[in-house]
Ligand binder design. Structure first.
Ligand code: SAM
Length: 395
């Protein structure tokens, strides 16, 4: 039973509270008119090109190439992919084209050390890893353990985990740099000398037990602080194996980060998801009041903008000089996008907005701040997404 009247066309039933939210945020609801005809997008796993015809036969329709985004194809919106062999065998990913654009904006090069600060469930993480190939590393962070565990499952399904490590951690405080730097300080006692061996699915449980025991035996505060982010996965070439915990967790100062920080950082921040009608419509099954309470509530959205600014600030802190950071949200409100970017720029003289080179032929609009971009269903035939790209100056 539903708890709130739906308004709008019968093709796009939305609750009044959502339409009020759009009005309060100055968003024109006409951008959603095209939502029902927005195609479904898939990304083909690199190397599976020869199987395109087979995949088309399975989904029973033509896969049309997205001409502005390599490896992306689109299908009619009502075609499901979850039950296909192609999906289950890891030959295709379900990911919106606008999300693909956010990753492409990072301009990943082989050898890059990349931080994905809000990584779960992992669609962008997988794309970063596919673009990176076999060198460099990707560090995925998310505060929600169950969601990050789903990302780990994705890495395994798509055989992408080799260069990746995953930490359950608060992205506003996360402080671990890429494992390219070996520590000079190895004299921290038994705990510090123990090194990571090859990851197995049983390891986290064993480690937790060992850590609990160690905590019982020590009142060492630094140790307990260092345990804060939980490493729930690391691949063979993620740089973790052979390092001590002290090496992986050691804290560095901002000066060191300028040299040894990440080459690329993605902050795909938690948001109200109002750019994705598919996401909003999921709330129909739980009752529209749940949407008002959990997503649109004004107090919650105020908290969200604070969180977004903190995530952007910490992501930028972990970037090396000359590196670049992409901030994206699937909200279209100015408060969660341009306002956050403006506040951030006011507080960080070393941050400079960058033109997104790859975007010249993207079907998106410029946003209020020059060089930032907006995708929406009407303009782009994609889900809504805001993208801003920054570089860090060495000052
Ligand atoms: C928009 S989703 C990210 C989607 C993801 N990038 C992808 O492509 O699949 C936002 C994520 O931010 C995470 N999150 C929320 N607060 C966080 C925090 N303080 N630190 C790290 N992650 C956070 C949520 O758990 C959620 O998984």
């Amino acid at each position: 039973m539903d708890d709130e009247a739906e308004v709008g066309s019968s093709n796009l039933p939305l609750p009044e509270s959502f339409l009020d939210f759009l009005t309060e945020n100055g968003l024109d609801q006409s951008i959603y008119i095209a939502s029902n005809s927005t195609p479904r997008y898939i990304r083909l796993k690199p190397g599976c090109e020869a199987q395109l015809v087979e995949i088309e036969a399975e989904v029973n329709c033509e896969l049309k190439q997205v001409d502005w985004l390599p490896n992306f194809y689109y299908l009619p919106p009502d075609v499901g992919i979850a039950r296909t062999n192609a999906y289950q065998q890891g030959k295709i990913y379900g990911i919106d084209a606008a999300s693909g654009a956010a990753v492409l904006a990072l301009d990943i090069s082989p050898g890059d050390h990349v931080l994905d600060l809000c990584a779960a469930p992992g669609a962008k993480l997988c794309m970063i890893l596919d673009l990176l190939g076999s060198s460099g590393s990707v560090t995925g962070v998310d505060v929600a353990r169950h969601r990050l565990a789903a990302s780990r499952t994705m890495l395994q399904k798509y055989a992408l985990g080799d260069c990746c490590r995953l930490f359950v951690a608060d992205g506003t405080k996360f402080s671990i740099i890429p494992s390219r730097v070996q520590s000079k300080f190895k004299d921290g006692g038994e705990f510090f000398l123990e090194v990571y061996k090859e990851w197995t699915s049983r390891r986290p449980w064993k480690e937790r037990k060992r850590v609990a025991k160690a905590l019982e035996n020590t009142a060492n505060k630094t140790f307990s602080q260092m345990q804060d982010p939980e490493l729930i996965y690391y691949g063979r070439n993620s740089g973790v194996i052979g390092l001590s915990k002290y090496d992986v967790y050691r804290s560095v100062n901002d000066h060191e980060i300028l040299q040894f920080g990440y080459d690329k950082v993605l902050v795909d921040a938690e948001c109200t998801h109002d750019g994705s009608i598919k996401h909003i419509q999921k709330f129909k099954q739980w009752g529209w009041k749940t949407l008002s309470r959990r997503v649109l509530d004004a107090e919650r959205t105020d908290d969200l903008t604070v969180l977004q600014l903190k995530l952007l600030t910490n992501g930028f802190r972990l970037l090396k000089a000359g590196g670049c950071l992409v901030y994206s949200t699937c909200s279209l409100t100015v408060a969660q996008n341009e306002d956050v970017v403006e506040q951030f720029l006011l507080q960080h003289v070393s941050a400079q907005l960058q033109e997104i080179e790859a975007a010249k032929n993207w079907p998106c609009r410029g946003a209020r701040i020059p060089k930032t971009l907006r995708f929406d269903p009407l303009t782009s035939s994609t889900s809504g997404l805001f993208i801003a790209k920054f570089t860090k100056l060495a000052i």
